[in-house]
Design a protein around this ligand. Structure first.
Ligand code: DX5
Ligand code: ZN
Length: 222
């Protein structure tokens, strides 16, 4: 079954705890926390304090997406915060092995995000270290943007490379994922769909989750 991760960037910030409960009730599988520094991307978003405050509201996994420079400086923040996966951006890493070791030493799974312009060749050397490879569907920084062209093709290439490594890697896509394009992304090889505005701005979140599950169920992978 496809994994649907709810990106809280699109939630109502005046009542985040209720938004987490609403999304869990609607049937999502995990929560995605965008942490931004106003420098790597021209926006600020959630912080480790949000993750800590929201942890009691759900038992579902929390995925943290670091859209910031110098991720090593922030990693110590997650030690006691029960992030299940930390996803770092490939082009922020000066020493990928060191960063991955820091994450792994905290018993947290490792995700790597590739931007639209990132080629696979540099990053593929590190696939054996990863639990998750995340392809951005948009330029990072803001929710609600339309998905860029060519994402299913990028997913298919990533799937091929990931399957060639002797290590199980999940493929995720983040940004611009909608009920209308979910099936094509899953058919191309995505395991995890990260969705912000399509979930939190829908009038019936449970129906949206259900329609994505139905439209992706026919993919041979799920
Ligand atoms: C973009 C963020 C995404 C964003 C997705 O920088 O990393 O997680 O919340 O939002 P939607 O689903 O609205 O494109
Ligand atoms: Zn994200």
């Amino acid at each position: 079954m496809i994994h649907i991760s709810a990106s809280l960037l699109a939630a109502d910030y005046a009542r985040l705890g209720e938004e987490v409960q609403r999304a869990e009730k609607a049937g999502v599988d995990s929560f995605h926390f965008d942490m931004m520094d106003g420098h790597y991307v021209p926006n600020l978003a959630l912080t480790p304090e949000h993750l800590k405050a929201l942890r009691p509201y759900s038992l579902l996994p929390f995925h943290t997406h670091l859209e910031l420079d110098n991720p090593d400086d922030s990693l110590t923040n997650f030690t006691s915060l029960q992030a299940d996966i930390v996803i770092v951006q490939w082009n922020t890493l000066t020493d990928p092995v060191q960063t991955f070791n820091m994450i792994r030493s905290q018993n947290i799974k490792i995700g790597l995000a590739l931007n639209l312009d990132d080629a696979f060749d540099g990053a593929s050397r590190f696939f054996q270290d990863l639990d998750l490879l995340m392809l951005m569907g948009v330029y990072p920084g803001f929710g609600g943007q339309p998905i860029q062209p060519g994402i299913p093709e990028r997913i298919a290439s990533a799937r091929l490379l990931a399957d060639q490594s002797d290590h199980q890697i999940k493929i995720a896509v983040d940004g611009g994922v909608k009920p209308e394009n979910a099936a094509s992304l899953v058919e191309a090889g995505a395991d995890i769909l990260i969705m912000g505005s399509a979930l939190f701005q829908s009038s019936d979140m449970a129906a949206t989750v259900q329609s994505i599950r139905e439209s992706t169920a026919r993919s041979p992978r799920h």
